[in-house]
Write a protein that binds this ligand. Structure first.
Ligand code: FE2
Length: 224
């Protein structure tokens, strides 16, 4: 019973989301932030972790984008793309999305569909047209072994390459009910290890510069 009413709530929110985004021009700052909030609310209804994860991914992605010298417009695109990146998870069954443990091969394949489902959800919304490819490609690997299209290097939009690093770092460092998150140091080492294979080396370098800067600031604060 509870499951049905929750499903309905999610459906209503998704409908609201469709209505809001189909009517607005995202050039307006206020509408842009309203849109971001609606997306985050929809994600929260589906899965609190996905929503909190998306907020953190936005934060890391923007910092990486700034370190890479992206302009204001690109940063705004990056922000919304990072908010939207996992929106396709709304279409993934709870038994898989919230499974407290390792996914089977079939379940993992279903989970991987979220990037294409996300693209599908944005179809037909003119103002969000460019975001379709960002969402679709956020699990593409720099070496061409990612999904869904096996794009390689700069074939992958820069915004998706940035989101991929931010997304992976957050997934590695966050606690889940079935496992504790990695320490920042171990996760950073893993990101460096995968530079040039999984990740764009330029994005990794920007990411490392942020982590080092934050660590330095933390140490300065401690010794003050
Ligand atoms: Fe994802």
């Amino acid at each position: 019973m509870k499951k049905d009413s929750n499903g309905k709530r999610v459906k209503n929110l998704v409908n609201t989301l469709y209505n809001v985004i189909s009517e607005l021009s995202i050039k307006s700052q206020e509408q842009f932030h309203d849109l971001v909030n609606v997306v985050l609310k929809a994600l929260r209804e589906k899965d609190l972790y996905t929503q909190e994860h998306s907020v953190r991914v936005v934060d890391y992605a923007i910092k990486i984008g700034e370190a890479m010298g992206l302009d204001k417009e690109q940063l705004r695109e990056l922000e919304l793309a990072a908010v939207l990146h996992d929106i396709g998870k709304i279409g993934i069954p709870d038994r898989i999305l919230k499974k407290p443990g390792r996914l089977t091969k079939e379940e993992y394949a279903t989970m991987q569909e979220h990037s294409k489902r996300g693209e599908e959800m944005l179809k037909g919304i003119k103002d969000l047209d460019i975001y379709k490819k960002y969402v679709r490609s956020h699990h593409e690997r720099y070496d061409g072994y990612g999904y869904p299209d096996g794009l390689k290097g700069e074939e992958i939009p820069l915004i998706s390459r940035i989101i991929f690093v931010a997304d992976t770092f957050d997934a590695m460092t966050s606690d889940r009910p079935y496992r504790k998150g990695m320490s920042t140091d171990i996760a950073v080492d893993e990101i460096i290890r995968c530079s040039g294979t999984q990740f764009d080396p330029n994005v990794v370098n920007a990411f490392i510069s942020i982590i080092q800067k934050e660590e330095k600031e933390r140490q300065e604060k401690q010794s003050a």
